[in-house]
Design a protein around this ligand. Structure first.
Ligand SMILES: [Zn+2]
Length: 438
């Protein structure tokens, strides 16, 4: 009971603060306060032990599946249906991420895409190549047209009002990719270029890069003021891109192409993110369960998190719905592994410092990647099989130094293979060992 009481106190405090803000510092808030507010103790920025599920739209069958995965968050949804988002919360999602993008309709919930769009030199609007041929063309917005900023602001407030805790900006590069499609020569861009001394003919990319950077910064200030709080925002940064404008967000949702789905590339990317304090979520663009499982394990072990591969865009009219049977074991393990995933850092210690040469040879032969992270007390040794094979291959593991305590194997996608004091692992089986530092 006391837990419920505490939550009520928090909620009342939130509402009171919201009311104060609406008449004070930030001016008039013109949206009602969010009915299902974020628990103030939960950050919208993910943690590696979290299970993230995305339902792009109001899709009722998605919620029981998310629940089955133990999803603690729904990311990247365009749903503006408060009942749907509330249901997601009742089924365990503590965080909900709404979405805006570079081609929102003129009006919230509308089906026209004509106002404040990026234009070619002949005055025609542009669409993204991957959206070409749609029955109702969704024309791209212009970063320098104040009308598009207003459209985006209304869309963002509608998402927050429906129950989103934070916002994902899909295609946040806005006017930068539109340069390749011949934009933008609208009157706002022409005027601004003249006033800033840019030639649209020769310096379009530099001009639109600067314009997009200014747009995002300005938009975030306006949104925070309207919402009466600092709204956390993420963006999908392809393969971990950290250039403008992705560096203007609070965290990234990286789309990994198949060629980057290998242990070395993932680990080196996440090492670089850790060194600059950047949090990176991921989504995968392949339909291969074995590669996906290995990638999911490696990403979570490296300090990130990977959205469940369900309803994933693979190409025009091509979406992948991963089967529960293929992914439930790995997400169950992620949920059980909180103590071994959150608040750990990459270690400078190498596998050869901790494990015998025989062990390393056996791991290499089985294509099992060893990843070592640590906290002040223990080394966390992740063993992740990357081989595409259904055969089980137990591998015995031995620590290098008799003095090291190989603590009882902790968590494992297949507990049948765990043995106290040592362990064996299989090709299908992500395992975590801990090695005491004392
Ligand atoms: Zn323009």
């Amino acid at each position: 009971m006391s837990q419920i009481f505490d939550d009520d106190v928090s909620r009342r405090r939130f509402i009171r603060n919201g009311t104060l803000l609406s008449s004070g510092l930030f001016g008039q808030i013109n949206i009602p306060l969010i009915a299902q507010a974020l628990n103030p103790n939960v950050s919208p920025i993910p943690r590696p032990s979290e299970v993230s599920f995305s339902s792009r739209f109001t899709n009722q069958p998605a919620l029981p599946i998310a629940h089955q995965f133990g999803a603690s968050r729904i990311d990247w949804t365009y749903s503006l249906d408060p009942a749907f988002l509330r249901s997601a919360r009742l089924l365990g999602a503590q965080v909900i991420g709404g979405t805006i993008n570079a081609c929102m309709p003129d009006k919230v919930g509308g089906n026209t895409y004509k106002e404040a769009r990026a234009l070619r030199r002949d005055g025609t609007p542009v669409t993204a190549p991957w959206m070409a041929g749609e029955a109702t063309p969704r024309y791209w917005g212009c970063a320098n047209n104040p009308g598009y900023e207003d459209i985006l602001l209304e869309a963002a407030l509608a998402a927050l009002n429906a129950g989103a805790d934070y916002l994902q900006f899909d295609d946040a590069a806005l006017s930068i990719p539109a340069v390749k499609w011949g934009a933008c020569w609208c009157s706002y861009c022409r005027q601004k270029a003249v006033s800033q001394g840019y030639s649209l003919l020769n310096e379009m990319l530099a001009f639109q890069t600067k314009s997009t950077q200014e747009f995002i910064s300005r938009f975030r200030v306006r949104l925070n003021r309207k919402a009466g709080r600092a709204v956390i925002m993420s963006s999908n940064n392809f393969e971990g891109d950290r250039r403008i404008p992705y560096n203007l967000f609070d965290f990234g949702m990286c789309e990994f192409s198949p060629k980057k789905l290998n242990a070395d590339d993932i680990v080196s990317l996440y090492r670089s993110f850790e060194s600059i304090g950047w949090y990176q979520s991921a989504t995968l663009q392949t339909a291969n369960p074995q590669i996906n499982r290995a990638a999911i394990a490696t990403i979570h072990a490296s300090g990130g998190n990977c959205i469940v591969p369900w309803d994933v865009f693979l190409g025009v009219n091509q979406r992948y719905f991963g089967k529960q049977a293929d992914y439930l074991p790995i997400y169950n393990m992620i949920r059980r592994s909180r103590d071994y995933l959150d608040y750990k850092r990459f270690s400078s210690v190498e596998p050869s410092d901790l494990l015998t040469n025989d062990t390393l040879d056996r791991l290499l032969a089985a294509n099992i990647h060893v990843l070592i992270r640590e906290d002040p007390k223990v080394f966390i040794i992740h063993m992740i099989p990357w081989t595409v094979s259904a055969n089980l291959l137990p591998v015995s593991i031995a620590p290098k130094w008799a003095g090291n305590k190989l603590t009882k194997s902790t968590v494992n996608t297949n507990p049948a293979y765990v043995a106290a004091g040592g362990m064996s692992i299989s090709r299908e089986n992500w395992s975590i060992l801990t090695l005491s530092k004392t």
